[in-house]
Design a protein around this ligand. Structure first.
Ligand SMILES: [Ca+2]
Length: 210
């Protein structure tokens, strides 16, 4: 009888524990589906908050002068702690461009990041008025190579932090599949950044928001 009692109590406890674990899992899932998803807070070196690698790019690997360089900056940042991404560019040559890429998942391609449950892409941006402020720069959302690339020009930078918000439907309207995203990019193009064809910006807290 005692053994039976112990077995029944044990079973009840186990079942209860399983329920608790299931509840915890649900809570985590809910938090994950919260109103904000952090893609990158740049509070540490790569990877970002969605396990994606990131770095600066220059179209020609042998280019030495007209390049973009990235660094984590723990002095200038949005918020009271952590760090931001500082991007220094030089496109002081006709037609030059360079910038910064960031994956939306651990793979180079095929991440199929689903942003369709969110309403906007937002990030904080600040110019470096000593180095030079771009008139405008381009932000891109991409799927895998060969699929449409959606873009948005960002301007009116100052030496203070400012929040930029772009409705995701603006990107979707350009043909990019919001359920299969792979990469976020910042591009400095000579014509767009002019007259500051050399300069620097800080970017922080790249988010998806509902
Ligand atoms: Ca940060």
């Amino acid at each position: 009888m005692n053994k039976m009692f112990t077995a029944v109590v044990g079973l009840l406890l186990c079942t209860g524990l399983l329920h608790l674990q299931a509840d915890d899992a649900k809570k985590t899932e809910k938090a994950d589906e919260g109103s904000t998803k952090i893609l990158a807070d740049f509070n540490q070196p790569a990877p970002n908050n969605v396990e994606g690698n990131f770095g600066a790019f220059t179209p020609s690997e042998t280019e030495q002068v007209y390049v973009c360089m990235e660094s984590i900056d723990d002095v200038v940042k949005h918020g009271s702690s952590g760090s931001s991404m500082r991007l220094v560019y030089n496109v002081n040559k006709g037609g030059a461009y360079n910038g910064f890429w960031m994956k939306l998942g651990p793979a180079d391609s095929g991440n199929n990041f689903d942003a369709s449950h969110y309403k906007k892409l937002s990030f904080w941006i600040k110019g470096d008025d000593k180095a030079g402020l771009p008139n405008k720069f381009k932000v891109e959302l991409k799927g895998d190579p060969g699929t449409p690339i959606a873009k948005k020009y960002v301007g009116e930078l100052t030496g203070d932090w400012k929040k930029v918000e772009v409705p995701l439907e603006d990107f979707a309207a350009q043909g990019v599949d919001l359920t299969k995203l792979n990469e976020f990019c910042v591009v400095f193009e000579q014509r767009a950044v002019s007259p500051a064809t050399t300069g620097a910006i800080y970017i922080d807290d790249v988010l998806l928001e509902k």
